[in-house]
Design a protein around this ligand. Sequence first.
Ligand code: SAM
Length: 274
Amino acid sequence: MSCTVRELQQRALQAGLPRLEAQLLLCALLDRDRSWLISHDEDPLPAGTSDRFENWLRQRLDEVPLAYLTGHKEFHGLRLQVSPATLVPRPDTEVLVDAALRWLTSCGLAAPRVLDLGTGSGAIALAVKKRHPRASVTATDFSAEALGVAEANAGRLGLEVRFLQGAWWQPLGAERFDLVMSNPPYIAPQDEHLPALRHEPLSALAAPEQGLADLRQIIEGAPAHLLPGGLLLLEHGYDQEQAVADLLRGAGLHYQGCERDLGGQPRCSAALKP
Ligand SMILES: C[S@@+](CC[C@H](N)C(=O)[O-])C[C@H]1O[C@@H](n2cnc3c(N)ncnc32)[C@H](O)[C@@H]1O
């Protein structure tokens, strides 16, 4: 049976989905933009649209991320494909990318060597490569599936990034970098927010030791993999600023401070290798 945009939107609103989300789902389903939806409110839609919309609506009401249904997410001006193997890139992570780009501009290096540890969909590595094309960018992840998504994003965007699979520093041997960036898993396993994130890979989100285990491993390995004067930039939890600063100083790095995210919370700390 055919239906219209208006009817499907109405169904979603009655089920409790915000209007904007209903529209974004319809746009993705019909491969149209929002102005088309408005001007074709009463047009009969192709057969099968209603069933597919109901299926997506059910999943969205079960907190499946919108980006997993539409298959993509905007990050730092890039349209990235995502899958349930990758974290959905967050706007807060753009704070880390901005800090990286400021440092790359100010350091004056002609062809800086840049590393993104735990790249997921490739968000950080690709955003930095896009804005700083002369950087030679390497990105790692221990998930082969995530790396497949990241590589496909790089190919689609025409950005040259080297991808390596393995746990944190392991795939890099003795290589050293001017800039190392990472948004590792940092949520404590017992955190009350984790259940709402259950559709994203737990291995991308949670870490033992109150969320600090992966941050600690990365910080401990950083001095051996940073060139003199090189910078380490880490995203972390809003309540981990002090613990991360202690770990950075404990590793012999020069702590530079912590940037706040879009909500005003401490989110991204930096340290220099002397
Ligand atoms: C919080 S997600 C960040 C993804 C992406 N960088 C972003 O900001 O959207 C953490 C990423 O680290 C990867 N990861 C988790 N443990 C790892 C490990 N031991 N070694 C390498 N990568 C790991 C996960 O697969 C995931 O892609």
